[in-house]
Design a binder for this molecule. Structure first.
Ligand code: MG
Length: 163
C-alpha cells in the first residue's frame, strides 16, 4: 500500500542559538528557538513520516515537556521514526521539502541539506528534493522572525503500523 504523509513546522529565530537545518549547521547571526535543537526540517520530516504511518505527531512521541529532549539532536527523532517504519516493513519512497526563510538566503545551502537528508535516510539523493522560498517580506517569516518547513513523503507499507 502506498501512503502519503505531510509535516509542517515553524520555529522563531533568536540571537544566541545555532541555526541547524536538515542536520546541517548554517552560518547566521541567529538560530531557531526550541526545546530541542529546533531543526524545522527534521521536525517536519519526522511529522510527515509519522503521518504516513498513521502514528500521530512528533509531540506524541517526543514531548517538549520531557527533559531528556532538552537541546536534543533532532536526528534522534528521525532515526527512531525510521526504525518504526522499518519494523512495520515499510520504506520511504521519496520526499519533497520546502523551506521558508527570508534570511539567511537558503538557495546556496539547499544542495548540502539535500545530500545530508539522503545520507540520514539512506536514500538516493535523486529521491530527495529541497526547495527554498522566501516569505516575500510579509508575515512572521517575511519579517525574518521565523523559519518554516513543509515536507511531503511517500511510503510503501504492506500493513498499517500497529505501534
Ligand atoms: Mg519543531
Amino acid at each position: 500500500m502506498i501512503r502519503i504523509g505531510s509535516g509542517h513546522d515553524t520555529h522563531r529565530l533568536v540571537e544566541g542559538r545555532p541555526l541547524i537545518l536538515g542536520g546541517i549547521p548554517i552560518s547566521h547571526s541567529k538560530g531557531l528557538y526550541g526545546h530541542s535543537d529546533a531543526d524545522v526540517v527534521l521536525h517536519a520530516l519526522t511529522d510527515a513520516l509519522l503521518g504516513a504511518m498513521g502514528l500521530g505527531d512528533i509531540g506524541d512521541h517526543f514531548p517538549d515537556t520531557d527533559p531528556q529532549w532538552k537541546n536534543a539532536n533532532s536526528q534522534l527523532f528521525l532515526a527512531d521514526t525510521l526504525s518504526k517504519l522499518q519494523r512495520a516493513g515499510g520504506r520511504l519512497l521519496n520526499l519533497d521539502v520546502t523551506l521558508f526563510a527570508q534570511e539567511p538566503k537558503l538557495g546556496p545551502v539547499k544542495g548540502v541539506i539535500r545530500e545530508n537528508l539522503a545520507k540520514l535516510l539512506n536514500l538516493d539523493p535523486r529521491l530527495v528534493n529541497v526547495k527554498a522560498k522566501t516569505g516575500e517580506k510579509v508575515g512572521h517569516i517575511g519579517r525574518g522572525e521565523a523559519i518554516g518547513c513543509h515536507v511531503v513523503v511517500l511510503i510503501e507499507q504492506d500493513a498499517p503500523n500497529s505501534e
